[in-house]
Design a protein around this ligand. Structure first.
Ligand code: GLA
Length: 394
C-alpha cells in the first residue's frame, strides 16, 4: 500500500481534514542468540524493511481513536486517555493503549487524545516482532505529537514493560531494542544485561537473507514462552546453590559442565545447556562475521538451530522441515529458526543465484509434508523506528 493512499484512508476513516504525521517502525530478525535475552545473555538481531506504518494527528479533546488497515472488521476502536487499562474487547489496540499508559505512568504530561491509523506489512504472529514494532512506532509518535523528550532507550524499556506487565509475555528486551535501534545494513550485538551494543556491518557479498514463514498459527505461544522462561529460572536457582551468579548467561561453559548435575530436572538441564552454549555461540558468531568468515557464521547458525530443536525444544515440525530442507540446498550458508519459535519464521543465508530455486524446493518439500504453503520475504536491513519525512511520503 502506498503512503499517499494511507493518507487518503486516514482522512476517509476519521473524517477530518487534518494532515497526519507519518511514522514507521521496522520488524526484526534475529541472526543468532535465541532465548538468551531474558537470561542476561547476548543477541544478534537486525531491523528489517518490513514493519508498521502509523499516521497520527492530535485531537482537541481526550478521545483516542485507533484504526488498523490490517483489521478493518474491528473498525475504529475508541476510548479516552483515562481508560487505558487492558481491555479484551480492544483486541490489537491494547498494544498502542498499553504504550500510551506506560508513557503516562512515566510522567508524560498528556492531556489530549489523538487519531491514529496503523498499517503493518509484517504478518501477525510470524515471529518478526510485529508487537514490538507497534509499541515502538506508538512511542515515537507520542513523543513527537506531544513534544516529549523520551530517549530511545526509555521507549525501548517501556515497550518491554508493556509486553511483560500489560500483555503478559515475560519476554526479554531484544525485540524492542532491535526495532528501536536498528541501523541500515547492520546487525547489532547486544549484551542484554548491560544493554551495551555494537553494530556489525552485514557484508553478505553475493548472498541474501531470506525469511521463510511457516504460516503456522501460534496460538499457544504465550504460555509456551512463559513456561520456557520459568524453566530457565528454576535451572538458575539450582545452579545458584553452588555458583555466585545472577543470570544463566553468567555461567561459563566449563562451569556448566562441572555443575550441571545440580539442576534437578533433566528437562531444565537441557534448557540451561541451550542458553549457556547459545550465548557463547552468539559472541563467536559475531567475531566470525567481523572476520568476514561467512561459512563459519553459517555453521553457528546451524548449531543454534540444532540446540533449539534438541535442547530448548521450540522448533516443531514446521520449522524443522524448512530448516532441514534449507541445509540440503546448494548455496545455503546457514539456516535456523528466528525469534521465539513454536512456528513463526526461519531465516536462511542463500547465494543470490540460488534464491529462486531455494524458494521452489523449500515450498515443495514443505507443502508436501505440512499440507500448506510457506511464504518467503526478502527484506533489506533497515533503520529503527522514526518519523517519516515528506519526501518519503510522496
Ligand atoms: C521473542 C521475545 C524475545 C526473545 C525471543 C527469543 O521474540 O520477545 O524477547 O526472547 O523470543 O530469543
Amino acid at each position: 500500500m502506498l503512503l499517499k493512499d494511507l493518507r487518503s484512508k486516514f482522512i476517509d476513516i476519521f473524517k477530518h481534514q487534518h494532515t497526519p504525521s507519518f511514522y514507521f517502525s521496522p520488524g526484526r530478525i534475529n541472526l543468532i542468540g535465541e532465548h538468551t535475552d531474558y537470561n542476561g545473555g547476548h543477541v544478534f538481531p537486525a531491523a528489517i524493511s518490513f514493519g508498521t506504518y502509523a499516521l497520527a494527528s492530535k485531537r482537541q479533546d481526550q478521545l483516542l481513536r485507533f484504526y488498523s488497515v490490517n483489521f478493518p472488521d474491528a473498525g475504529i476502536i475508541e476510548c479516552t486517555i483515562d481508560e487505558l487499562d487492558f481491555n479484551e474487547e480492544h483486541d490489537w489496540a491494547n498494544y498502542p493503549k498499553g504504550m500510551l499508559q506506560a508513557m503516562m505512568q512515566n510522567e508524560a504530561p498528556i492531556t489530549q487524545g489523538f487519531d491514529v491509523l496503523f498499517y503493518g506489512n509484517i504478518p501477525n504472529g510470524a515471529g518478526l516482532s510485529s508487537s514490538a514494532s507497534v509499541e515502538l512506532v506508538t512511542g515515537v509518535l507520542i513523543n513527537d505529537l506531544f513534544n516529549l523528550e523520551n530517549e530511545r532507550l526509555d521507549l525501548i524499556k517501556l515497550g518491554q514493560k508493556v509486553e511483560n506487565e500489560y500483555i503478559g509475555v515475560n519476554s526479554g528486551i531484544m525485540d524492542q531494542f532491535a526495532v528501536g535501534n536498528g541501523q541500515e545494513n547492520h546487525a547489532m550485538l547486544l549484551n542484554c544485561q548491560t544493554l551495551q551494543f555494537e553494530y556489525a556491518p552485514l557484508n553478505l557479498k553475493n548472498h541474501a537473507i531470506l525469511v521463510i514463514n511457516t504460516n503456522k498459527r501460534r496460538t499457544l505461544s504465550t504460555s509456551n514462552y512463559n513456561e520456557r522462561n520459568a524453566e530457565c529460572q528454576t535451572a538458575l536457582k539450582d545452579l545458584q546453590t553452588a555458583l555466585t551468579i545472577q543470570y544463566l548467561c553468567d555461567v561459563t561453559l566449563e562451569q556448566f559442565e562441572e555443575h550441571q548435575h545440580l539442576i534437578q530436572n533433566p528437562i531444565h538441564r537441557k534448557r540451561a545447556k541451550h542458553v549457556i552454549y547459545e550465548n557463547a555461540r552468539t559472541k563467536e558468531a559475531y567475531i566470525a562475521l567481523q572476520k568476514n568468515d561467512l561459512q563459519q557464521f553459517g555453521q553457528f547458525m546451524n548449531e543454534s538451530h540444532h540446540s533449539l530443536r534438541d535442547d530448548f525444544e521450540v522448533t516443531g515440525d514446521e520449522l524443522d522441515t524448512i530448516v532441514h530442507a534449507a541445509w540440503e540446498h546448494p548455496g545455503v550458508i546457514g539456516a535456523r529458526m528466528t525469534g521465539a519459535g513454536f512456528g513463526g519464521c526461519a531465516i536462511a543465508i542463500v547465494e543470490n543465484e540460488q534464491v529462486e530455486s531455494f524458494q521452489k524446493t523449500i515450498s515443495e518439500v514443505y507443502t508436501e509434508k505440512i499440507g500448506y504453503e510457506p511464504s518467503f520475504y526478502l527484506p533489506t536491513i533497515a533503520d529503527g523506528a522514526k518519523k517519516l519525512t515528506e519526501e518519503a511520503i510522496i
